[in-house]
Structure formats: structure tokens, C-alpha cells
Design a protein around this ligand. Structure first.
Ligand code: SF4
Length: 179
């Protein structure tokens, strides 16, 4: 089975890729128009290029355009992390990944977001399944942080010297950590 793996960042992709590629043919999809500013987006992209070159797998990098993402979270800007804003953000990225996977002829899609201990795994898998049904493609549910998956991702990141960000990604989460 050919899987398109939505990759949120290189550190989270380590565990996700290792586990999925043991069973499937996996190609990455770095779709994160939520990341702000563009310099940060480039840092995260460069980290993923480093990982994919070390581990020899392909990744698609769709054009970075934050405007549709801002529209997807419009009216939710002032909410806190883990709120409806994050649900809208994740749903937007999952929907686009599902559509891209379908368009490119993949059998299913998955996401590296479940490596993070800060994300709502149940919501991610629910929305992934919904988008899969909507697009008529498969979805591989996951909880990569389980069985020490997060610890593993930290270890791989150190070994490979990958950049590890200190905020989730959007301008609202950046403001919170830099306050
Ligand atoms: S905090 Fe993270 S998940 Fe929430 S809206 Fe911002 S980038 Fe998206």
C-alpha cells in the first residue's frame, strides 16, 4: 500500500516514518501553511530535507501560502492552544492531505501529528477518518507517541542534529511563547 504521510515537522516525522515504513511504502507531504513566519517555515522544511536525505525517502513540498489557512481559522484567533482554532487548523491540513493523496493516486494517508504529546490523538484520528470518507481514500489511524514514540523522536532528532522548534507553529502560538 502506498501512503502519503502528512508531516508536521521533522522530529515528529522520525517515529511516524520509522513505524509506517515497516509496513507501507511511504512518501512525505509537508503541508503546513500554519507555520509563521516564513523563516520558521524554511527552518522546518530544511530539517525535513535533512531527515529525508539521511533516511532516503521522498517528500512533496506544496507551495507555502498561509492565506487559506488564515481563512480556515478566522474568528478563532484569540482562542487558546488545544481549542477550536487548533481543530480547524488540523482539519484544514488533513483535508488538503487527503485531497492530495487522492489526486496523486495513493491508497491512504496518515499524519505525523500523533507523535506529539500536546495533540488530541482522538480528534486527529476522527477527523482523518472523516476526511478519508469524504475523499474516498484510506486513512491510517495512529498514536505514534505511544510505546515511547515521543522519546524515540527526541533521540532520533538528537542523533541526526535536527532542528526542534519551541512553539507549535502559528503566529498565535508564537506570541504566547515570546510574551
Ligand atoms: S497552536 Fe498549533 S495546532 Fe493550534 S492553530 Fe496554531 S499551529 Fe495550529
Amino acid at each position: 500500500m502506498k501512503i502519503l504521510l502528512h508531516i508536521c515537522c521533522a522530529p515528529d516525522a522520525t517515529t511516524a516514518y520509522k513505524r509506517l515504513s515497516a509496513e507501507y511504502e511511504v512518501v512525505g507531504y509537508f503541508f503546513n501553511p500554519n507555520v509563521h513566519p516564513v523563516e520558521e517555515y524554511i527552518k522546518r522544511k530544511n530539517a525535513l530535507e535533512k531527515l529525508s536525505s539521511a533516511w532516503k525517502f521522498d517528500v512533496f513540498y506544496p507551495f507555502y501560502d498561509p492565506q487559506p489557512w488564515f481563512r480556515a481559522v478566522k474568528g478563532l484567533e484569540d482562542l487558546s492552544e488545544g481549542s477550536m482554532r487548533c481543530k480547524a487548523c488540523i482539519a484544514f491540513r488533513m483535508r488538503q492531505t487527503a485531497l492530495a493523496a487522492k489526486k496523486m493516486g495513493f491508497d491512504a494517508f496518515a499524519t505525523s501529528l500523533t507523535t506529539s504529546p500536546h495533540k488530541d490523538v482522538n480528534f486527529i484520528n476522527e477527523i482523518g477518518a472523516k476526511m478519508a470518507k469524504y475523499v474516498r481514500i484510506g486513512y491510517i489511524p495512529s498514536a505514534f507517541r505511544k510505546k515511547d514514540g515521543f522519546k524515540e523522536s527526541v533521540r532520533y532528532s538528537h542523533e541526526l542534529g535536527l532542528y526542534r522548534q519551541d512553539y507549535c507553529g502559528c503566529t498565535f502560538s508564537l506570541r504566547k511563547v515570546r510574551r
